[in-house]
Ligand binder design. Structure first.
Ligand code: ADP
Ligand code: MG
Length: 696
């Protein structure tokens, strides 16, 4: 029997391997780079590269790659072998410090949103020494950042690292004010809970929509959906369990802290949650998790669907992003704590998050805006497109008493003054669970729940980190100037609660009444991706990101262009796939079936005029009507797609797709789904929802 503790991280060039394989001086030098972000000098890089190669080769690796996250949403790798010719027709295995630290790649085929002129094809990858190298499928993978020849970030990781640095700078200033002189660095931590569906590979292969778009574009609801809630936390099927076991093993070898696995609400839906870790590593690990889920599923003759809404009428998949901030001494800054001093500090960090989320609601919404996620957000199964914070009853009450300068709880005669010495103990377990809030405080962390299942967690965390860094900057500016820290702190917290309490909502976020209430409170409601994305470059947002050097204005424009572009491309592919399936599969099958019905009527009549043909005739009539409707919508969809050619501006095009293409797709689907319910199973050309959801 293999013990997990024996093989955990065996494919990772982690701290213990470094210690074992590097000389003490080289090890110290590398540690300094990792800790303080200093650049490596070439002789150290050479020594590390040699050790890494020897380690990798000893585990069967033949190639290495700079592993990066371009703006395609997935990871990229280009394998180079270690071989180098030697005397006598032999080879030796080589890997230099230069190859480790920096790579050159043709960037011209990755999205750049206009950042790169076509003649500037060059791009660079640079080692992120804070994320360990690892071996995957015989390839040594070196996590890297990816930028253009001109130095613009072309990936997810670079801005994420910059945002962590921004938050580190500002949080340290605030901590100093509370007398935390020993803390030298502050990092954000993330634990992303990943939802996914598993479907049978043979069934999958028969659906062009799943193959091309990752979601079903047609499909009538099966007689049984998720209404009995029999799947959530249910017993895991042996075939799925075998998949999960393999998945865990593979992830553990790669040092991914896979922890919790269970069945989700929808049939065929599951979840995997890791133990949280430093944000950029969590982001790398989540990409690996998604990739390996797909690989292992194939091995088990299944396909793992990561789309946000693979099935209409059935819950979609999200990725809950648990987020907190902790110091190098291991203190979680969002832990309420039980001494007044840490409480006051906690309250200030809590207020920073409140204000950050309120001031940058639009950016949080934008950070999760994709065509796929639009189908999920606000569909009474996922948070609405309106951002709000759940704090729980007790914390909310504490904030209210601070705001009103009123007594809190049992200390009836005492006013609740926030000072480093005067704040009462917080009750334990201050929050109940709330599953409908987009941004929920869950005891010692926030859970941002709007993320779609397929997207990288980097974008949303870049926004959270930078927004909180900005508010901490404002707080530090104000408090550093104060002559009386305690009063200034008290006034600041009171003011923040008063000004930003509108963002707190502890009720049911799935309720329509909340949308009306949110409107009254003046909260932003950017319902769809084309509504949301253009606000990315609003003046206040450009100011935020450029102040903290997370994005340049050029980078922001390029990202906007890329995201709008992928929205359009995705819907374009979906629409074309629908036309294709309708014309080549669904309508021909329906037509054939009508022939069967017609000839049945004719043959019945030929036997005896008076034989009853009500069933055939009524069905035929209904089918013919729906066929005509479906055909009409196919034509309309083709016309709508033609209309896209005239539009040059991507923002306008995205609105066109939303307003002119999506509604026709919906009409075509409605007609086709009604047909599915009328046509004999034998004639229906594609597997049904029943086949997809209940096959495993
Ligand atoms: P719940 O079930 O209430 O959501 P869990 O303890 O199961 O809470 O945690 C859910 C996820 O949150 C896990 O991935 C966990 O590792 C992560 N998490 C816990 N603490 C933190 C933290 N301080 N920072 C980031 N993520 C955290
Ligand atoms: Mg959770």
């Amino acid at each position: 029997m293999k013990l997990v503790s024996d093989y955990f991280g065996c494919m990772v060039f982690d701290d213990s391997v470094m210690q074992e394989r590097l000389s003490p001086e080289i090890y110290e030098s590398l540690k300094r780079t990792i800790k303080h972000g200093r650049s490596l000098n070439l002789s150290v890089a050479n020594a590390v590269a040699t050790a890494m190669k020897e380690w990798a080769v000893s585990l069967g690796a033949t190639h290495y790659t700079h592993w990066f996250q371009p703006l395609t949403g997935i990871t990229a790798e280009k394998h180079d072998s270690f071989i180098s010719p030697a005397d006598g027709g032999k080879i030796i295995m080589e890997f230099s410090g230069k190859e480790l630290v920096k790579g050159e790649t043709d960037a011209s085929s990755f999205p750049s949103g206009g950042l790169r002129a076509t003649f500037e094809a060059r791009g660079y990858t640079a080692w992120d020494a804070t994320s360990y190298a690892f071996i995957k499928d015989g390839v040594l993978c070196i996590p890297t950042a990816f930028c253009s020849y001109g130095g613009d970030a072309l990936d997810q990781k670079t801005p994420l690292l910059r945002s962590m640095e921004a938050l580190n700078r500002q949080a340290l200033r605030v901590l100093k004010l509370f007398g935390n002189e020993e803390v030298t660095s502050v990092k954000t931590t993330v634990g992303p809970e990943q939802e996914y569906f598993l479907v049978d590979k043979d069934v999958f292969k028969q659906r062009k929509d799943l193959i091309y778009t990752g979601r079903t574009l047609f499909g009538a609801p099966p007689p049984k959906g998720q209404e009995l809630e029999s799947h959530y936390y249910g017993v895991i099927e042996p075939r799925v369990q075998a998949f999960m076991n393999d998945l865990n093993e593979e992830l553990w070898k790669l040092g991914v802290l896979a922890k919790t696995e269970h069945n989700e609400a929808a049939p065929a839906q599951h979840e995997l949650a890791p133990i949280f870790t430093t944000t950029n590593i969590a982001a790398d690990h989540n990409q690996l998790t998604m990739e390996i889920m797909q690989k292992i599923a194939k091995k088990h003759d299944m396909v793992c669907l990561l789309h946000e809404k693979p099935f209409d009428g059935v819950n979609g998949s999200g990725k809950h992003n648990n987020w907190s901030i902790s110091t190098n001494l291991g203190a979680n800054l969002l832990e309420p704590g039980d001494t007044p001093q840490t409480n006051a500090q906690f309250l200030l960090f809590l207020c920073a998050v409140l204000k950050a989320v309120d001031d940058y609601q639009d950016l949080l919404r934008i950070s999760v805006a994709t065509a796929g996620n639009d189908r999920r957000l606000g569909a009474h199964e996922a948070p609405p497109a309106v951002v709000s914070i759940f704090l729980g009853a007790e914390l909310t009450e504490i904030l209210e008493s601070i705001e009103k300068d009123e007594p809190y709880g049992t200390k009836e005669t005492e006013l609740l003054r926030v000072g480093v010495h005067t704040l009462p103990k917080f009750p334990k377990d201050t929050t109940d669970r709330n599953r409908t809030s987009p941004f929920a405080f869950t005891g010692n962390k926030f859970e941002f729940r709007m993320l779609g299942s397929s997207a990288s967690v980097s974008g949303p965390n870049t926004v959270i980190n930078t927004a909180v860094a900005e508010i901490l900057r404002q707080f530090a500016d104000e408090l550093e100037k104060a002559s009386d820290f305690e009063s200034a702190l008290h006034d600041l917290i009171r003011r923040i609660v008063t000004e930003h309490k509108r963002i707190i909502f502890n009720g049911n976020g799935y309720d329509d009444a909340w949308l009306a209430e949110a409107k009254k409170r003046g909260l932003t409601n950017l319902a769809t991706t084309p509504d949301a994305l253009p606000h990315f470059i609003d003046e206040k947002n450009v100011a935020l990101f450029t102040t903290h050097k997370v994005y340049t204005e050029r980078e922001m424009h390029s990202r906007l262009e890329i995201q709008l572009g992928s929205y359009c491309q995705l819907i374009n592919i979906e629409a074309k796939t629908m036309v294709d399936m309708a014309k080549k599969e669904i309508l021909p099958a329906v037509s054939e079936y009508t022939q069967l019905l017609s000839s049945t009527i004719l043959s019945k009549k030929s036997v005896c005029e008076s034989l009853d043909c009500t069933y055939e005739k009524e069905t035929l009539t209904e089918i013919c009507g729906l066929t005509a409707e479906a055909h009409k919508q196919v034509k309309a969809l083709e016309k709508a797609l033609n209309g896209t050619r005239k539009i040059m501006d991507t923002a306008t095009l995205s609105v066109y797709y939303k307003d002119k293409v999506l509604p026709v797709m919906a009409k075509l689907r409605t007609a086709a789904d009604k047909l599915e319910n009328l046509v004999s199973t034998e004639y229906w050309p594609i597997p049904t929802y029943g086949d997809l959801l209940f096959e495993i």
